[in-house]
Design a protein around this ligand. Structure first.
Ligand SMILES: O=C[C@H](O)[C@@H](O)CC(=O)C(=O)O
Ligand SMILES: [Zn+2]
Length: 280
Protein backbone atom coordinates (compact mmCIF):
# COMPACT_ATOMS: atom_id res chain seq x y z
CA UNK A 1 0.00 0.00 0.00
CA UNK A 2 1.13 3.59 -0.60
CA UNK A 3 0.03 7.03 0.54
CA UNK A 4 -0.95 9.97 -1.65
CA UNK A 5 -1.00 13.24 0.28
CA UNK A 6 -1.91 16.67 -1.05
CA UNK A 7 -2.10 20.00 0.72
CA UNK A 8 -4.65 22.66 -0.20
CA UNK A 9 -4.60 26.17 1.17
CA UNK A 10 -7.70 28.28 1.70
CA UNK A 11 -8.83 31.00 -0.70
CA UNK A 12 -10.39 34.46 -0.53
CA UNK A 13 -13.62 35.01 -2.52
CA UNK A 14 -12.26 38.24 -4.03
CA UNK A 15 -9.35 36.25 -5.42
CA UNK A 16 -11.46 33.33 -6.66
CA UNK A 17 -13.53 35.74 -8.81
CA UNK A 18 -10.52 35.89 -11.13
CA UNK A 19 -9.91 32.15 -11.42
CA UNK A 20 -10.26 30.52 -14.83
CA UNK A 21 -11.52 26.95 -15.24
CA UNK A 22 -8.13 25.31 -14.66
CA UNK A 23 -7.39 27.30 -11.53
CA UNK A 24 -10.87 26.65 -10.10
CA UNK A 25 -10.34 22.93 -10.63
CA UNK A 26 -6.84 23.02 -9.15
CA UNK A 27 -8.07 24.64 -5.94
CA UNK A 28 -11.47 23.00 -5.43
CA UNK A 29 -11.81 19.74 -7.39
CA UNK A 30 -10.55 16.53 -5.76
CA UNK A 31 -9.96 14.02 -8.54
CA UNK A 32 -7.52 11.57 -6.96
CA UNK A 33 -9.92 9.52 -4.80
CA UNK A 34 -10.64 5.76 -4.83
CA UNK A 35 -7.25 4.51 -6.00
CA UNK A 36 -6.84 0.79 -5.21
CA UNK A 37 -4.43 0.01 -2.35
CA UNK A 38 -3.64 3.68 -1.77
CA UNK A 39 -4.41 5.75 1.31
CA UNK A 40 -5.45 9.06 -0.29
CA UNK A 41 -5.37 12.10 2.00
CA UNK A 42 -6.14 15.62 0.79
CA UNK A 43 -5.45 18.01 3.65
CA UNK A 44 -7.55 21.14 3.22
CA UNK A 45 -6.97 24.30 5.21
CA UNK A 46 -10.72 24.77 5.54
CA UNK A 47 -11.25 23.64 9.15
CA UNK A 48 -8.31 21.28 8.42
CA UNK A 49 -10.76 18.75 7.03
CA UNK A 50 -9.02 15.87 5.26
CA UNK A 51 -10.84 14.40 2.25
CA UNK A 52 -9.59 10.91 1.57
CA UNK A 53 -10.23 7.35 0.53
CA UNK A 54 -9.18 3.75 1.04
CA UNK A 55 -9.91 0.96 -1.45
CA UNK A 56 -8.26 -2.24 -0.17
CA UNK A 57 -7.70 -4.86 -2.87
CA UNK A 58 -4.39 -6.70 -2.40
CA UNK A 59 -4.41 -6.32 1.37
CA UNK A 60 -5.39 -3.93 4.12
CA UNK A 61 -5.08 -0.16 3.74
CA UNK A 62 -3.79 1.25 7.01
CA UNK A 63 -4.58 4.74 8.27
CA UNK A 64 -0.94 5.68 8.75
CA UNK A 65 0.05 9.04 10.07
CA UNK A 66 1.84 11.48 7.77
CA UNK A 67 4.58 13.98 8.52
CA UNK A 68 2.24 16.95 7.98
CA UNK A 69 0.23 15.97 11.10
CA UNK A 70 3.30 15.82 13.35
CA UNK A 71 1.34 13.26 15.35
CA UNK A 72 2.41 9.94 16.75
CA UNK A 73 -0.62 8.32 15.10
CA UNK A 74 -3.29 9.63 12.73
CA UNK A 75 -6.14 10.03 15.23
CA UNK A 76 -4.01 11.41 18.07
CA UNK A 77 -5.79 14.78 17.73
CA UNK A 78 -8.43 13.92 15.10
CA UNK A 79 -11.76 12.20 14.56
CA UNK A 80 -12.72 10.24 11.45
CA UNK A 81 -15.89 9.59 9.46
CA UNK A 82 -15.99 6.65 7.04
CA UNK A 83 -18.73 5.79 4.53
CA UNK A 84 -18.51 2.68 2.36
CA UNK A 85 -19.74 3.18 -1.22
CA UNK A 86 -18.44 -0.16 -2.57
CA UNK A 87 -18.65 -3.87 -1.77
CA UNK A 88 -18.73 -5.24 1.76
CA UNK A 89 -15.76 -4.32 3.92
CA UNK A 90 -14.44 -4.16 7.43
CA UNK A 91 -12.85 -1.32 9.36
CA UNK A 92 -10.71 -2.56 12.22
CA UNK A 93 -10.27 -0.09 15.06
CA UNK A 94 -7.65 -1.17 17.60
CA UNK A 95 -8.48 -4.78 16.82
CA UNK A 96 -12.28 -4.45 16.90
CA UNK A 97 -13.81 -5.23 13.48
CA UNK A 98 -16.75 -3.16 12.23
CA UNK A 99 -18.43 -4.65 9.15
CA UNK A 100 -19.50 -1.88 6.81
CA UNK A 101 -21.86 -2.66 3.96
CA UNK A 102 -22.75 -0.35 1.08
CA UNK A 103 -23.82 3.10 2.38
CA UNK A 104 -22.99 2.30 6.00
CA UNK A 105 -20.86 4.59 8.11
CA UNK A 106 -18.39 4.43 10.94
CA UNK A 107 -17.49 7.26 13.27
CA UNK A 108 -14.05 6.74 14.84
CA UNK A 109 -13.27 8.85 17.87
CA UNK A 110 -10.01 10.59 18.72
CA UNK A 111 -7.41 8.35 20.28
CA UNK A 112 -7.83 5.20 18.18
CA UNK A 113 -4.28 4.11 17.40
CA UNK A 114 -4.67 1.46 14.76
CA UNK A 115 -7.27 1.82 12.02
CA UNK A 116 -7.22 -0.47 8.99
CA UNK A 117 -9.52 -1.01 6.05
CA UNK A 118 -10.18 -4.43 4.50
CA UNK A 119 -12.41 -5.67 1.68
CA UNK A 120 -14.49 -8.79 2.21
CA UNK A 121 -14.13 -9.79 -1.46
CA UNK A 122 -11.19 -8.39 -3.46
CA UNK A 123 -13.20 -8.92 -6.67
CA UNK A 124 -15.80 -6.44 -5.39
CA UNK A 125 -13.72 -4.22 -3.10
CA UNK A 126 -15.05 -1.89 -0.47
CA UNK A 127 -14.63 1.80 -1.32
CA UNK A 128 -14.23 3.82 1.85
CA UNK A 129 -14.70 7.58 1.63
CA UNK A 130 -13.00 9.40 4.49
CA UNK A 131 -13.41 12.77 6.17
CA UNK A 132 -11.28 13.66 9.18
CA UNK A 133 -11.19 16.81 11.30
CA UNK A 134 -9.31 18.01 14.38
CA UNK A 135 -10.91 16.83 17.64
CA UNK A 136 -10.45 17.80 21.26
CA UNK A 137 -12.58 15.22 22.97
CA UNK A 138 -12.83 11.46 22.66
CA UNK A 139 -16.28 10.22 21.64
CA UNK A 140 -17.05 6.51 21.27
CA UNK A 141 -16.59 4.82 17.91
CA UNK A 142 -19.98 4.05 16.36
CA UNK A 143 -21.29 2.02 13.43
CA UNK A 144 -24.23 3.80 11.75
CA UNK A 145 -26.54 2.11 9.25
CA UNK A 146 -29.14 3.68 6.97
CA UNK A 147 -31.74 2.48 9.51
CA UNK A 148 -30.05 4.35 12.37
CA UNK A 149 -29.81 7.71 10.65
CA UNK A 150 -32.17 10.64 10.35
CA UNK A 151 -33.85 10.98 6.93
CA UNK A 152 -35.07 14.19 5.30
CA UNK A 153 -37.33 13.91 2.24
CA UNK A 154 -36.66 17.00 0.17
CA UNK A 155 -37.65 18.59 -3.15
CA UNK A 156 -40.17 17.48 -5.74
CA UNK A 157 -40.19 15.82 -9.15
CA UNK A 158 -41.72 18.99 -10.65
CA UNK A 159 -38.56 20.90 -9.74
CA UNK A 160 -36.24 17.98 -10.65
CA UNK A 161 -34.82 17.89 -7.10
CA UNK A 162 -36.67 15.10 -5.29
CA UNK A 163 -34.09 13.58 -2.98
CA UNK A 164 -33.61 11.89 0.36
CA UNK A 165 -30.97 13.18 2.73
CA UNK A 166 -29.62 10.46 5.02
CA UNK A 167 -28.00 12.21 7.97
CA UNK A 168 -25.60 9.52 9.16
CA UNK A 169 -23.30 11.55 11.40
CA UNK A 170 -25.52 14.23 12.88
CA UNK A 171 -26.43 15.55 16.32
CA UNK A 172 -28.89 13.12 17.91
CA UNK A 173 -27.55 10.13 15.98
CA UNK A 174 -23.89 10.18 16.98
CA UNK A 175 -21.73 12.45 19.14
CA UNK A 176 -18.81 14.06 17.32
CA UNK A 177 -16.55 17.04 18.00
CA UNK A 178 -17.24 18.84 14.74
CA UNK A 179 -17.77 16.35 11.94
CA UNK A 180 -21.18 15.95 10.27
CA UNK A 181 -21.66 13.55 7.34
CA UNK A 182 -24.44 12.09 5.28
CA UNK A 183 -25.61 10.78 1.95
CA UNK A 184 -28.04 12.42 -0.44
CA UNK A 185 -29.80 10.10 -2.89
CA UNK A 186 -31.68 11.57 -5.86
CA UNK A 187 -34.89 9.99 -7.07
CA UNK A 188 -34.95 8.78 -10.69
CA UNK A 189 -35.50 11.77 -12.99
CA UNK A 190 -34.31 14.30 -10.41
CA UNK A 191 -30.95 15.89 -11.13
CA UNK A 192 -30.65 18.96 -8.87
CA UNK A 193 -29.20 18.85 -5.39
CA UNK A 194 -29.29 21.56 -2.77
CA UNK A 195 -31.66 23.85 -4.62
CA UNK A 196 -32.56 26.35 -3.22
CA UNK A 197 -28.84 26.76 -2.61
CA UNK A 198 -27.38 27.84 0.70
CA UNK A 199 -24.32 29.14 2.44
CA UNK A 200 -23.10 28.53 6.01
CA UNK A 201 -20.18 30.78 6.76
CA UNK A 202 -19.71 28.92 10.05
CA UNK A 203 -18.85 25.66 8.34
CA UNK A 204 -17.00 24.43 5.31
CA UNK A 205 -18.26 21.46 3.38
CA UNK A 206 -17.08 18.82 0.90
CA UNK A 207 -19.32 17.14 -1.69
CA UNK A 208 -18.24 13.74 -3.03
CA UNK A 209 -20.19 12.59 -6.10
CA UNK A 210 -20.58 8.92 -7.03
CA UNK A 211 -22.95 6.49 -8.71
CA UNK A 212 -22.78 8.37 -12.03
CA UNK A 213 -23.18 6.30 -15.20
CA UNK A 214 -20.37 6.20 -17.76
CA UNK A 215 -19.95 9.56 -19.47
CA UNK A 216 -22.23 11.48 -17.10
CA UNK A 217 -21.13 14.49 -15.06
CA UNK A 218 -22.45 16.75 -12.35
CA UNK A 219 -22.15 20.48 -12.88
CA UNK A 220 -21.32 21.73 -9.40
CA UNK A 221 -22.05 25.38 -8.62
CA UNK A 222 -19.89 27.31 -6.19
CA UNK A 223 -18.97 30.88 -5.31
CA UNK A 224 -20.66 33.67 -3.46
CA UNK A 225 -24.39 33.73 -4.33
CA UNK A 226 -23.99 36.89 -6.42
CA UNK A 227 -20.80 35.62 -8.11
CA UNK A 228 -21.20 31.95 -9.00
CA UNK A 229 -18.85 29.65 -10.89
CA UNK A 230 -19.19 26.03 -11.96
CA UNK A 231 -17.02 22.92 -12.05
CA UNK A 232 -17.86 19.79 -14.06
CA UNK A 233 -17.35 16.84 -11.74
CA UNK A 234 -16.95 13.18 -12.75
CA UNK A 235 -17.76 9.98 -10.90
CA UNK A 236 -15.91 9.50 -7.58
CA UNK A 237 -14.72 13.10 -7.53
CA UNK A 238 -15.26 15.70 -4.81
CA UNK A 239 -15.46 19.47 -4.54
CA UNK A 240 -14.20 21.35 -1.50
CA UNK A 241 -16.66 24.10 -0.60
CA UNK A 242 -15.27 27.11 1.29
CA UNK A 243 -17.45 28.61 4.04
CA UNK A 244 -18.32 31.59 1.84
CA UNK A 245 -19.51 29.47 -1.06
CA UNK A 246 -22.85 28.07 -2.13
CA UNK A 247 -22.70 24.37 -3.06
CA UNK A 248 -25.28 22.89 -5.37
CA UNK A 249 -25.18 20.58 -8.35
CA UNK A 250 -27.11 19.54 -11.43
CA UNK A 251 -26.37 16.18 -13.07
CA UNK A 252 -26.61 15.06 -16.67
CA UNK A 253 -27.92 11.84 -15.12
CA UNK A 254 -28.73 10.46 -11.71
CA UNK A 255 -26.11 10.31 -8.96
CA UNK A 256 -25.62 10.16 -5.21
CA UNK A 257 -23.33 12.26 -3.08
CA UNK A 258 -21.77 12.37 0.35
CA UNK A 259 -21.61 15.69 2.15
CA UNK A 260 -19.28 16.27 5.04
CA UNK A 261 -19.05 19.41 7.16
CA UNK A 262 -16.87 20.87 9.87
CA UNK A 263 -16.76 24.16 11.71
CA UNK A 264 -18.49 26.24 14.31
CA UNK A 265 -21.53 24.23 15.36
CA UNK A 266 -23.71 21.16 14.80
CA UNK A 267 -26.84 22.98 13.68
CA UNK A 268 -27.50 21.42 10.27
CA UNK A 269 -30.50 23.71 9.70
CA UNK A 270 -28.83 27.06 10.36
CA UNK A 271 -27.98 27.54 6.68
CA UNK A 272 -28.68 30.84 4.89
CA UNK A 273 -30.81 29.96 1.87
CA UNK A 274 -30.84 31.69 -1.52
CA UNK A 275 -33.71 31.18 -3.94
CA UNK A 276 -32.69 30.59 -7.57
CA UNK A 277 -33.79 34.15 -8.39
CA UNK A 278 -31.14 35.55 -5.99
CA UNK A 279 -28.23 33.75 -7.69
CA UNK A 280 -25.98 35.43 -10.25
O1 LIG B 1 -25.49 21.83 4.60
C1 LIG B 1 -26.07 20.80 4.15
C2 LIG B 1 -25.55 20.17 2.96
O2 LIG B 1 -25.16 21.14 2.00
C3 LIG B 1 -26.32 19.03 2.30
O3 LIG B 1 -26.78 18.14 3.27
C4 LIG B 1 -27.48 19.46 1.43
C5 LIG B 1 -28.02 18.35 0.61
O4 LIG B 1 -27.55 17.24 0.64
C6 LIG B 1 -29.15 18.63 -0.31
O5 LIG B 1 -29.87 19.62 -0.09
O6 LIG B 1 -29.35 17.87 -1.26
ZN1 LIG C 1 -24.33 23.00 3.04
Amino acid sequence: MSIVFTNRYATHPDDVKHYDTDKLRQHFLVDNLMQPDVLVLNYTHYERLIVGSAVPVKGAVVLETVDALKAEYFLERRELGVINIGGAGVVEVDGTPYALNFREALYVGKGARDVRFVSTDAANPAKFYLNSTPAHHQYPTRHITMADCNVLNMGALETSNKRDIYQLMIKGVVDTCQLQMGLTVLHPGSVWNTMPAHQHDRRMEAYFYFGLSEGQQVCHFMGEPQQTRHIFVGNDQAVVSPPWSIHSGCGTGSYTFIWGMAGENHDYNDMDKFPASALR
